[in-house]
Design a protein around this ligand. Structure first.
Ligand SMILES: [Zn+2]
Length: 108
């Protein structure tokens, strides 16, 4: 799987809304999965250096209260070109689904 295909599977837009983006991340400390919804129309800031956009998103893990900071860079067409996250890890939607299902089963 190529790099951009991987990115595509990491960032999927549900319900066909082109402005909706869901970030799936995992807390590095306790491993809890987190899904964060982003609105590309409102949440992006212009990056004048690259001519694209940048998104800075803070996500609080509700389990161990680790604050993760994601920084995602987009080109002018709002395609993701770079992403990094502090105190966490990006996961795919499939991984997120697997992890949340496993958690629900464990909690019973
Ligand atoms: Zn955590």
């Amino acid at each position: 799987m190529g790099f951009f295909d991987q990115l595509k599977s990491l960032f999927t837009s549900p319900s066909g809304d082109p402005n909706a983006l869901v970030l799936y991340v995992k807390c590095k400390r306790c491993g809890a999965p987190l899904a964060v919804r982003v609105n590309l129309a409102n949440d992006l800031s212009a990056d004048y250096e690259s001519g694209g956009f940048v998104l800075n998103k803070e996500m609080l893990d509700g389990k161990c209260f680790t604050l993760m900071r994601a920084e995602i860079r987009f080109d002018a067409a709002r395609k993701i070109v770079e992403r990094k996250i502090d105190k966490g890890e990006f996961i795919t939607r499939e991984e997120y689904a697997t992890m949340t299902n496993a958690q629900m089963t464990n909690d019973k």
